[in-house]
Design a protein around this ligand. Structure first.
Ligand code: PEP
Length: 253
């Protein structure tokens, strides 16, 4: 998602399966000039809106919410990374917890999607995150390390950029968010795992975002510890005003 101005923070709006067709134009009009030299903004709409959002995106990056783990073939209902690119996408979310839990995507499937996205020249936004049982049992670090290790497949080093979104499952769409202090600790553990398992050219440069019930009200606390490089936002991102308020609370310039 990197632009020539090299923004060091990212904000991704994941619409999931939301917004009526008539809502797309006004939303894009409201935010299409919002990206700055420091914060890149990506919008991940449902597939049928990709071309329209890309056409109205201005400085924004358009991202797929998912992609196939193959480039073409007999895979009814799937959309390949190359097709996303052809529709104007430059990034794709891979391994979102809803894909993992509702559609049974295993670590192996996620790793293949990651490779396919990189091969097609898309910036992958890899989602990882533990459920509440894992956190309560004190196994967060090991769990995330396993997810990172499983995703570190061949071809990853060829990526121009990889973005990682730490999205604890217990925080997604629940109204319960991580604290800034919790993020500082967990992101430290993620960095250690990246150094251990990720290709050397990405271990340090991979941006780490947080996702999970981010709102304009909790953004300041979440960025206060300086551990994260931005946000992946679901529910609050459906309101362009809230997305812009989160951007403002990130400290734009
Ligand atoms: C998400 O969809 O990745 C997400 C973090 O959703 P929400 O902000 O609604 O928790």
């Amino acid at each position: 998602m990197i632009r020539s101005a090299m923004p060091n923070r990212h904000l991704i709006a994941n619409w999931k399966m939301n917004l009526p067709p008539e809502g797309v134009g006004p939303y894009m009009e409201a935010i299409h000039r919002a990206a700055s030299a420091r914060v890149s903004i990506a919008v991940a709409p449902p597939f049928p809106y990709l071309k329209e959002t890309a056409g109205k995106g201005g400085d924004l990056i358009i991202a797929g919410q998912n992609c196939a783990d193959h480039e073409s073939g007999a895979f009814t209902g799937e959309v390949s990374p190359g097709m996303l690119r052809a529709c104007g996408a430059r990034a794709v979310i891979v391994g979102h917890s809803e894909r993992r839990s509702l559609y049974g995507e295993s670590d192996a499937v996620v790793a293949r999607k990651l490779s396919a996205a990189v091969a097609a020249g898309l910036t992958p936004v890899l989602c990882i995150g533990e459920d509440l049982r894992t956190r309560d049992a004190g196994h967060v670090s090991r769990f995330l390390a396993d997810q990172i290790k499983a995703a570190a497949t061949s071809g990853l080093e060829a990526a121009k950029e990889i973005v990682l979104a730490y999205e604890p499952v217990w925080a997604i769409g629940t109204g319960r968010n991580a604290s800034g202090a919790m993020l500082a600790e967990t992101v430290g553990q993620i960095r250690e795992s990246l150094e251990r398992f990720w290709p050397v050219n990405h271990a340090k440069s991979t941006a780490i975002l947080y996702g999970g019930s981010v709102t304009p009200e909790n953004t300041a606390d979440l960025v206060a510890h300086g551990a994260i490089d931005g946000f992946l936002v679901g529910g609050a991102s459906l309101d362009s005003g809230k997305l812009l308020a989160i951007l403002a609370a990130m400290g734009r310039d």
